[in-house]
Design a protein around this ligand. Structure first.
Ligand code: UD1
Ligand code: MG
Length: 464
């Protein structure tokens, strides 16, 4: 029994030999997301009623990625890569659940959801058995040429094409919608009698035409969208186009770039109103930048949430963390592993904050390591303060209360706590909990040896 609606089948089993990489091609990164992210995002629409990916090379790691990032997407393993027709044939059981199937290669990341939705509607309106996307690139080399025949179309691969066929500028995008009945029937009939010895999905189209089935094409007006990624140069080209596309989108919504040529923003980032980005900034993953924030030069924001009016004053790296409204970070600050800075907090020069919460208005201005710690509201952490959180086996917590004043160069030997409104003397090594409202001094007493320097200058002890 076929389900109503259109299923999406992404073909991603190929090796990607030309990438010369150990990593399976579809996991290579484009603006910090795996290539496979892009077709999945483009098909994350209600028009589609199910989705599966055909995996092969590196199937374990690819499946793992899918499980983590796209739960609900099914996986079909193609053990041997015998061609695109064989890939679909391997998934025939899954395909047969749907009335129609949209087939997309995993290496065409520029494709947009709008184009796919249009293809779907066109297919339904025209009542075709197969509708596929074609385009006219400036250089058709490498693509399958879409030739007209008496009964419809025939696609001939570059490697099988005769000279006059190569002159055809209209090429196959590798994106199709088929009614599953005729597709599955024809998949049984294709052979591998071609220069690559592969089962070509494209032969199904020719067969359908010969059978008198309705096959239509839709021309994609923007050839950039169809750009495939087969080698590092194409990856670079696509990366530039994609980078621009994302930046243009944000700038149309008010993002200001001091120099947009040197800014990189990933596809999963959201940005509030009136944000300014200085040169050489990177924002990746699921990051969210609050309105009126300013990202200073050489900052990297990854999977992090910045509140409103946050100022990264330059060279700030913030990963998997949050910075509250009006907080200020940098220059030269590293915040990571689920840290949280409260509203109006400050983390300054050469400060690392790991898995810690810095309370509202608290300040860590200089040269500190704060790990596995909480710092209460309004506390001030003196320069050079370190939480000694690691005892060689475990990471231990430090708790610093509200309104505390931590003297410069304090070592907190965790686990340890400092009560609210307490002080530590500069240079203290704090090994015991400090009650609220106290001063903790944990340093050697100073002794002055008078005349010592003078005596050192006269080694014979010279008579007075
Ligand atoms: C294919 C088309 C070609 C089209 C081009 C557009 C065929 C025969 N040719 O050629 O007409 O112009 O795409 O980019 O379909 N794959 C599998 N299993 C396999 C083989 C391939 O999953 O056994 C996957 C690959 O991982 C890739 C996609 O299918 O994502 C396309 O395969 P690829 O080998 O890149 O085909 P092209 O030569 O690019
Ligand atoms: Mg390809």
């Amino acid at each position: 029994m076929s389900m109503p609606g259109t299923g999406v089948l992404v073909l991603a089993a190929g090796k990607g030999t030309r990438m010369k990489s150990e990593t399976p091609k579809v996991l290579l990164r484009l603006l910090d997301e795996p290539l496979l992210y892009y077709p999945l995002r483009a098909t994350d629409a209600p028009d589609f009623s199910g989705r599966a990916v055909v995996v092969g090379h590196g199937s374990k790691t690819v499946s793992q990625y899918l499980q983590n990032a796209w739960p609900g997407t099914e996986v079909v393993v193609q053990q041997e890569q015998l061609g695109t027709g064989h890939a679909v044939f391997t998934a025939r059981k899954w395909v047969s659940r749907f009335e129609r199937v949209m087939i997309i290669p995993g290496d065409v990341p520029m494709i947009t959801g709008e184009t796919l939705t249009r293809l779907n509607s066109r297919h339904l309106e025209a009542c075709e058995d197969c509708t596929f996307l074609v385009f006219e690139p400036s250089d058709p080399t490498g693509y399958g040429r879409v030739l007209d025949t008496e009964k419809g179309f025939r696609i001939v691969e570059e490697k099988d094409a005769r000279e006059h066929e190569k002159k055809c500028g209209r090429v196959n995008s590798g994106i199709y919608i088929f009614n599953t009945g005729p597709l599955l029937e024809q998949l049984e009939n294709i052979g591998r009698d071609n220069s690559q010895g592969e089962f070509y999905l494209t032969d199904v189209i020719h067969n359908l035409c010969e059978e008198g089935k309705r096959v239509g094409i839709m021309v994609c007006p923007d050839p950039d969208e169809m750009e495939g990624v087969n080698d590092p140069l194409q990856l670079d080209r696509v990366s530039r186009i994609m980078r621009r596309r994302i930046l243009d989108h944000h700038m149309k919504n008010g993002l200001k770039c001091v120099d947009s040529e040197t800014v990189w923003i990933g596809p999963g980032v959201s940005i509030g109103d009136d944000v300014t980005v200085e040169p050489f900034v990177q924002v990746w993953g699921r990051s969210d930048i609050g309105s009126r924030s300013r990202l200073g030069s050489y900052s990297i924001v990854r999977n992090s949430i910045l509140g409103e009016n946050v100022h990264l004053s330059g060279h700030v790296v913030i990963c998997d963390s949050r910075a509250g409204d009006n907080s200020v970070l940098g220059p030269f600050t590293y915040v990571r592993d689920g840290s949280e800075l409260g509203e109006g907090a400050f983390a300054g020069k050469f400060v690392e904050i790991k898995k810690s919460r810095i309370g509202e208005g608290a300040k860590v201005p200089h040269l500190s390591y704060i790990g596995d710690a909480t710092v209460g509201k309004g506390s001030n952490i003196g320069a050079g303060t370190i939480t000694c959180n690691y005892d060689g086996e475990r990471k231990n917590p430090t708790s610093i209360g509200e309104g505390c004043f931590v003297g410069s160069d304090t070592m907190f030997v965790a686990p340890v706590s400092l009560g609210d409104r307490s002080y530590t003397a500069a240079g203290s090594v704090i090994t015991k909990d400090v009650p609220a409202e106290s001063l903790a001094i944990g340093r050697a007493k100073q002794k002055n040896i008078e005349g010592w320097a003078r005596r050192k200058r006269k080694p014979d002890g010279g008579g007075e």
